[in-house]
Design a protein around this ligand. Sequence first.
Ligand code: GAL
Length: 817
Amino acid sequence: MSRFFIVLLAISFSFLCSSSSAIQIDYDANAVIIDGQRRIILSGAIHYPRSTPQMWPDLIQKAKNGGLDAIETYIFWNVHEPRRREYDFTGNLDFVKFFQLIQQAGLYGILRIGPYACAEWTYGGFPVWLHNIPGIEFRTNNEIYKNEMQIFTTKIVNLCKEAKLFASQGGPIILAQIENEYGNIMGPYGGAGVAYMNWCAEMAIAQNIGVPWIMCQQDNAPRSVINTCNGYYCDSFNPNNPKSPKMWTENWIGWFKKWGERDPHRTAEDTAFAVARFFQRGGVLQNYYMYHGGTNFGLTAGGPLITTSYDYDAPLDEYGNLNQPKWGHLKQLHAALKLGEKIITNGVQTTKNLGNGVDLTTYTNNATGERFCYLSNIDGSKDANIDLQQEGKYFVPAWSVSILEGCNKEIYNTAKVNVQTSIMVKKPLTATASWSWTPEIMKDTLHGKGNFTASKLLDQKQASSESSDYLWYTTSFNINAKTKNAILSVNSSGEVLHAYVNKKLIGDQMGNTFQFQKPISLKHPKNTITLLSVTVGLQNYGSFFDVQPNGISGGPVKLIDAKTNATLLDLSSNLWTYKIGLNGEAKRLFDPNSKKAKGHAWFTTKQVPKGRPMTWYKTSFKVPQYTDPVVVDLQGMGKGHAWVNGNSLGRFWLTQIADLNGCSATCDYRGGYSANKCVSNCGNPSQRWYHVPRSFLNNGDNTLVLFEEFGGDPSNVSFQTITVGTVCGNAYEGSTLELSCQGGSKIMGIEFASFGDHHELCGSFSKGSSEAINTLSIVQKVCVGKGICSIEVSDKTFGGNNATSSDRRLAVQAVCS
Ligand code: GAL
């Protein structure tokens, strides 16, 4: 072939690649315009490192089945660049693969580079080495910071470009975000903050990615980017540029949890209400934060004190199960919203106030005459009966939105849930049999051996890195013969302190910032004090959060006279030896393949020690290959870290007990949501079960290793699977009730079935005053023995009945096994 032809072929190939597959992303105030199609976009957040690559296809498929158009994720700088200019994009950090899977599923992607993420991720996603660059100031007009931010942003953009991930290259990514909620905290940064924010926008635009950039919670964003809203409700938000579409980047579908807190829940009804109101009032793009929350593996949990579970009460639970009724109720909402997509993105909107909090919004496509309506009732307690004359009569419950196709037919109401509620159960799988154990070797540390010394009390971030929660501070000093007793006083910025005097543990304390004080006896002349400081997730939010101190930063550490309170000795400027991390961590005792741990003596005593601080435990177990997700129940343990086959399950902390009060079996969806509104798990450990992703397990022997910091008892630790136990349906006449089990189990029995005006509460249904006869036998016939069944809720199904109420529903409670 001649050179000319080769060149011609190459040119036409590259032309084909770029032009035939490029997807044009435009927007105006009423639509995101994808290749000329006017769209509303329904999106959900799934953070790739909070699950495993083996889970991704299923999570993405469930998001698609749930009616989403797009999946959104942050990029997490500190895990990708753990040491400066050393990058990691392998395993569950392979975000390119994550977006490729999104595209393969036929969905769009939203890329939130940040690179500040927040996200309850340790240090908001910033690497700790960044903090330690001399002269750096984060998130402001500081050249050193801006340079690092630009280098990382460019790195991510280039990886996306190489993999052709942007829609402009034919890829899935339709939007990208720079910074994150800077507008919320920028005040204290003054003019430098404004300059930085403008620089962020310019730097992002210069990346030339061919899709729009967004900035969330940034009212003064330059017009080159779209400012968007985050919150529980964003219906009253309007972008600062009238030409920009109204976008909601974070619809908080629940909330995160801290150690010691109860489980937050946001109802399906209230979430649906917020979404429907948003689209009623001109919304164009909405993203659930989170659609799947997942797990904070390793030390990625932010903080301080964010739990390992990041379940978030999302439509897909921590393990990837459908969280019902939320997933299904929102799926039906999405289908209803999509029916109006063409009309609301091409239409003219008018809203009529019908009084008492009721609004009727009509979208009319003037070209075709088609109409689509939202009838909302924002009163927190009063239901409304609305007569729209020839367009029909509607019952609109308090705090709900009805979607009216053609403005005369209700196809959805946010408060009328017609999908099943699933009650999840844990089934015993494998109990752990025999344990071996080994103490954390501390002799060298307590003797003052370390990595380096300094004549001051360093901030833990400065001295350490995020690779370990643990930092040892050791100092020695001489006293005169007269001083036998004193009080050791240590000021810590958190979160846990273990104090040793002359190699003996004398006490512990925990808190955000606290003063530890304990009487001690001293020796003559030489004494050694060792302070083990433990962080539990670095701060991830707020102005200047990055410079908040950690550990025994600056102290002071003093010896005080017990009688007079006078300072006997201020040790703060003594020579301190620092040791980063535990010896067991350095040896990788948690990893069955660790070369350094080979030959390490694990004890197999008859009685495994209980309540022993600073102890490693190990056991092996087998797991049958079912498909339901696996958890380990760490009941009996204190605080520490768990690993299966060398993979971190994250921190555990069973002694953090949730508040005894404030939980109730029912939850009123009406009225504004707050994280304290509908909580559960009162009086129990904040987190007792820890996710063991299936991909961490193998068919043969598996190894569980626990590091226990305070003292625990591993004898009750066991493995369980999580699956659907009971399903309840409570569907209105005219709908179809679908019931399904999970993981191969089937409906084994119907505990309750009634078509009438029963009273609803899954787990304790009670019959009402009128109901159809034979409901139970009809439902039994349709459902028993099946993994999934569906029943039309109508007179046709339950024909010739004596259920007379106008508000008739079918209630079913079934058991899966
Ligand atoms: C937002 C933030 C998110 C996440 C959320 C709470 O302020 O942008 O990253 O932290 O709050 O879950």
